[in-house]
Design a protein around this ligand. Structure first.
Ligand SMILES: Cc1ncc(COP(=O)(O)O)c(C=O)c1O
Length: 379
């Protein structure tokens, strides 16, 4: 079916919550092909999901082998691969124990519950322009008014502080705060990197008030910034970390990790699908691939950003944002026409989060196309 007919089918039967144009049919490495056979270098990667690229043979093989043995069995039983994955994640994130979810939002919902149980408190603090998901729990700590307002009143109660404003945070912290939710780099906001001391200041204010520090690494984790976690660049140890997106190369999975002394006890949390055999197989294979490419992520990111230096990129590893403003959608469209997928995050910020396996050649080609589109349309 061509893209035109498919668009009609979609309009007839699928709720119109998204606006989209291209139909991607196939992917390999950092490239995808649409239904008309047009090739693109994919600097969206399912929004920082396809960390190992599309259909990496190690990941595809692991999923297929597991699918041939056991697709699902329920958490009523020991799940093959689950404890091994938990051990691995605990090790690379420097945490104590893991629990699984099916998405980033669900991992954050789990973190909200865990923080409430661990502290006995109900109030949360999060930051302006932060994004933590669309389930009612994760939405309540998400700032963007346009996506919150239709669902008010939201629980838990959350106070928002300007991202990066440590003095502002100090003013709202007290003994009622269960946790501070923070993205070490804001992704949906458009790759916003906070002041160097911000994570340390949050840690200190949490310690002073007995609140937990929750690092939402759903977008920044799993090697995206050149370390397993973006917060590892700062030397700060959070109490809870949430992961999803890049964790299983596109197989739906989320995870939360907690330090010693914070855990769900019997019946406090659960999920039918979370941490199932297929997701765990995909995640374990993904981690094996990321282990190989991780040492090169910072260099690749710098190579990408240097070629766009005149446009003022914000970059950490393979997470790059450029403030474009109003012409951002036109730039996105021009790049797609020229064979490169990029996307506009909030506030006219162009975002590039390509697979961690992207090659130097692909980086150079993509940067060339993006640079030309920006020169043509954004000045
Ligand atoms: C930082 C962050 N947290 C949470 C989420 C929600 O993840 P999901 O869409 O898997 O529910 C996202 C998604 O963009 C995100 O970027």
């Amino acid at each position: 079916m061509n893209q035109m007919n498919y668009r009609e089918l979609d309009a007839r039967y699928y709720m119109p919550a998204f606006s989209r144009e291209i139909m991607i049919e196939r992917g390999s490495g950092s490239k995808v092909w649409d239904a008309e056979g047009k090739e693109y270098i994919d600097c969206v990667a399912g929004i920082a999901v396809c960390s190992t690229g599309h259909c990496h043979p190690v990941v595809t093989r692991a999923i297929c082998e597991q699918a041939g043995r056991l697709i699902h069995c329920s958490n009523l039983y020991y799940v093959p691969g689950q404890a091994e994955l938990a051990r691995k994640l605990v090790g690379i994130c420097g945490m104590h124990k893991a629990f699984f979810a099916n998405s980033g939002a669900e991992a954050n919902d789990g973190a909200i519950k865990l923080a409430r149980i661990a502290t006995g408190r109900k109030r949360f603090v999060a930051f302006t322009h932060g994004f933590h998901g669309r389930t009612l729990g994760s939405l309540s700590v998400t700032h963007k008014p346009a996506i919150r307002e239709p669902f008010q009143p939201l629980e838990p109660a959350c106070t928002f502080v300007e991202y990066g404003d440590s003095a502002g945070l100090e003013k709202v912290m007290d003994e009622n705060v269960a946790a501070v939710f923070v993205e070490p780099i804001q992704g949906e906001a458009g790759v916003i990197i906070p002041p160097a001391e911000f994570m340390k200041n949050i840690r200190e204010l949490c310690d002073a008030t007995g609140a937990l520090m929750i690092a939402d690494e759903v977008q920044t984790g799993m090697g995206r910034t050149g370390r397993w976690l973006a917060i590892q660049h700062t030397g700060v140890q959070p109490d809870i970390v949430t992961l999803a997106k890049g964790i299983a190369s596109g197989f739906p999975m989320g995870a939360l990790l907690a330090r010693d002394g914070i855990e769900f006890r019997k019946s406090e949390h659960g999920s039918t699908f979370a941490g199932g055999p297929l997701a765990c197989a995909a995640a374990r294979a993904t981690i094996r691939v990321i282990e190989e490419v991780l040492p090169d992520v910072e260099r690749k990111g710098r190579r990408f950003a240097e070629q766009l230096a005149s446009f003022g990129p914000r970059q950490r590893g393979l997470m790059i944002g450029i403030t474009v403003g109003e012409p951002c959608p036109a730039v996105q469209k021009q790049c797609a026409a020229d064979g490169v997928l990029v996307n506009c995050a909030a506030d006219g910020n162009l975002r590039m989060v390509p697979p961690l396996v992207i090659t130097d050649d692909e980086i150079d080609q993509a940067a060339g196309v993006i640079g030309s589109a920006l020169s043509e349309l954004s000045r």
